[in-house]
Structure formats: structure tokens, C-alpha cells
Write a new protein. Structure first.
Length: 390
């Protein structure tokens, strides 16, 4: 059977109202992380698992932070579609209550509508439509609802992979956009620069060495900083964000110490060691110009390694061919963001990220998702899954 025939069958069995009812119930249940409390969704998730005939395994590092893995079918290959249940705090500026979802002009509004509860509802609706269509398959489908994505996944995907969950392929509906799928993500290294000076009275700054001013000579160049390193051309250049600056004790004291925290995002082809070496070299250049500079590199406190799926991957081919056959324009790109797709890829599980997003409403007030895009993604994801397991 051709892909477009498969997609047509799935489309004809997709129940939009059921998908939206599920989404509304998800948004109405507050799972702000921290603390998460994803267990509050237990009855809702289990009901939906039952409706698709899934055999459910619950893996929890903390009983209030469950991960639900619903298995449908047996055999190889296995494909997982993984969405998260936690959301970021609502913040300020909402037109309506963030946990009272509503529909307006073809959009669903509420915290988590796009990130990531809309995707959870769409993936479930797509799988249900696939099963209802009667299409036979030989592999295993995993429908997963996980915890703790917004705060690093220690209780979520990191934990379930540690406990042995290893499908052959995965779809992560949590990055990219409606017409762009993500096949690689940059790495990230967070570390401190510590600048040391000499304290003196604020009225006689010439008697001291201002650690803040000294380090500012280094970081003022970061907007146009060239790492001068070769990397995979499918990525954009490495970037530096000066995220935090702290130093000094009082306005009338010359600062003897200053700490700057950097977030450096870097592509495949560059290593953490290269980043630190390049930064050390830049500090040495500055020291030669100013012998009062005393800036030292701190340890890397947060690290995520870069990854990319190779072009000959069966997962990319299935995604590309399916999107083309059903008339969904699709490009494949890399990203500077970090999703659980990275955790999966670095553990040997090819994972592609995609999203119903078209307006980048993640984490903003009045977050929304377009219903039409949820329907398109439900059909696309289910069709890709079928292509891999049939």
C-alpha cells in the first residue's frame, strides 16, 4: 500500500474532538515544573492508554514523577513517540487563565498547548487512528508520556533509558516547526570565568585593580567572537551567551573579584576541549596586552554533547518520504536547542524532533497551537511510525 493511501486511512479515522478533549484535560491539570507533579495526570493517561489497547509500564524514580510507556504490538523494529507532561511556569501577561484552555479562531490556548501537551494529544490521536484503520504491522509501537523534560529529564527520559528502555527509533514532537524537522542539536557547555583584582577605596580606584573591568575587556568581544574552528557544515557557528555576571562588594569598593557564567553552544566537529582551549588562548592574548589581568577558567558545570543523525538513516528516509507523499513541505535542519532527542541519540537511539509549531509560542504568555497543525502532525507521525513497523 502506498504512503498516501495509508495517510488517507489514518486521516479518515482521526477523531479531532477526542484529540481536543484529551488536550483540554491535559492543560487543565497543572504540572508546572518545578515541582512537576506529573502523577496528577495518572487517570487521564491510563484512560487514553486503555483506549489504544496499550500494555502500560510505569517507570518512576520518584512516585510523583512517573513515566508511562504504552506498548502496542510486539517484534521488531520498535518505534517510540515521546512527549512530556510537565510545563514551564505560566509567568505574567496572560489574557485568560493559563490552565483554563479555550479555542479561538482555530487555535487552542493555554500553558502547554504547544509545549508539549498538544503534541501528546496529537500523537495519541494519530496512533488511535492508525489502529482503528485496521492497518497491520509487525513491529512494536511505544506511546510515551514522560516527566521532567523542562528541568533536564533526570526523572524522565534520562531515567527510563538508564533503566533499559531502548527502542530502535524515536519521534520527539518537541522541536522544529510544522515544516522543519530537527536531525541534530548543538552541544552546550556552561562554565565560569573568574576574574581577580585588588581591592581599594572607591575614591582611589587607581590604587586597586578592578576585576569587573578586566573581565569586561574579554567578554566585550564575545558578540563577534570567532572560534576559528572547523565543524559540520550542517550546523550554524558556535555561539557564546554571557548569562550571568556577579562581582564586587559595594559601590565604594574596587571589585577584587568577578564571576561570569557562559553558555556556549557548539556543533558536531568541535569538542568541549577545543572550546576551553580557545577560551584559554584568548585570555592569554589579553594578558599580554594587560599584565594586571588575572582571569581563570572554571570547571564545566553543565554539558550536553552535540549530535546528528546520519543521512542514510531509515528514520530520516521514512520521515522525508512520508511528508513528501502527503504533501507536507519539510526541510531537515539542526538546532541550538536541546530536547530529549539528544539523550536518545547519544544512547544509540536515532531520534528525530518535529513540532506542530508555526509561530514559536513555546514558553510565552497566551501560548497556543493551531488545531489544523495538530491534525497534520497526528497523521504524519502515525504514517511515519507505520512505515517503520509494517
Amino acid at each position: 500500500m502506498e504512503i498516501n493511501e495509508i495517510a488517507t486511512k489514518i486521516t479518515s479515522n482521526l477523531n479531532k474532538q477526542e484529540m481536543l478533549d484529551f488536550l483540554f484535560s491535559l492543560i487543565e491539570t497543572e504540572t508546572v515544573n518545578p515541582p512537576g507533579n506529573e502523577y496528577l495526570l495518572h487517570d487521564i493517561i491510563m484512560k487514553c492508554m486503555k483506549e489504544i489497547g496499550a500494555e502500560v509500564q510505569i517507570i518512576s524514580k520518584d512516585e510523583k514523577r512517573p513515566n508511562y510507556i504504552g506498548r502496542i504490538g510486539r517484534g521488531e523494529p520498535s518505534v517510540a513517540i515521546i512527549s512530556h507532561m510537565d510545563v514551564v511556569p505560566p509567568g505574567e501577561g496572560w489574557t485568560h487563565h493559563p490552565f483554563q484552555p479555550y479555542e479561538n479562531e482555530g487555535k487552542i490556548y493555554g500553558r502547554g498547548a504547544l509545549d508539549n501537551k498538544g503534541c501528546l494529544a496529537a500523537s495519541w490521536a494519530g496512533i488511535k487512528a492508525l489502529l482503528k484503520s485496521g492497518l497491520k504491522f509487525k513491529g512494536t509501537i511505544y506511546f510515551c508520556a514522560v516527566s521532567d523534560e523542562e528541568m533536564g529529564s533526570d526523572y524522565g527520559v534520562e531515567y527510563i533509558v538508564e533503566k533499559g528502555f531502548k527502542p530502535d527509533y524515536a519521534i520527539v514532537p518537541d522541536s522544529g516547526s510544522i515544516d522543519k524537522a530537527v536531525i541534530g542539536e548543538k552541544g552546550a557547555a556552561w562554565f565560569d570565568l573568574e576574574s581577580f583584582g585588588k581591592q581599594s577605596h572607591g575614591s582611589t580606584p587607581e590604587l586597586g585593580i578592578n576585576a569587573i573591568i578586566k573581565v569586561s575587556k574579554l567578554i566585550s568581544n564575545f558578540e563577534k567572537f570567532d572560534f576559528n574552528l572547523k565543524y559540520d557544515p550542517r550546523f550554524t557557528p558556535p555561539t557564546i551567551n554571557v548569562g550571568m555576571v556577579s562581582g564586587g562588594n559595594a559601590p565604594n569598593i574596587v571589585a577584587s573579584r568577578c564571576k561570569v557564567t557562559l553558555d556556549i553552544r557548539y556543533p558536531v566537529g568541535i569538542t568541549e576541549g577545543m572550546i576551553l582551549k580557545r577560551m584559554s588562548d584568548e585570555i592569554e592574548v589579553l594578558k599580554k596586552k594587560d599584565n594586571e589581568v588575572d582571569i581563570r577558567l572554571g570547571e564545566v558545570t553543565t554539558r550536553h554533547y552535540p549530535h546528528i543523525i546520519e543521512n542514510n538513516s531509515k528514520l530520516i528516509d521514512a520521515f522525508k518520504n512520508t511528508a513528501k507523499e502527503i504533501g507536507m513541505p519539510m526541510e531537515f535542519e539542526t538546532s541550538a536547542g536541546i530536547t530529549v532527542a539528544k539523550i536518545l541519540n547519544l544512547n544509540g537511539i536515532p531520534a528525530i524532533a518535529h513540532s506542530p509549531d508555526s509561530d514559536k509560542t513555546w514558553h510565552i504568555s497566551d501560548e497556543y497551537v493551531k488545531i489544523e497543525n495538530l491534525e497534520k502532525c497526528a497523521v504524519l507521525w502515525a504514517s511515519v511510525i507505520y512505515e517503520l513497523v509494517r
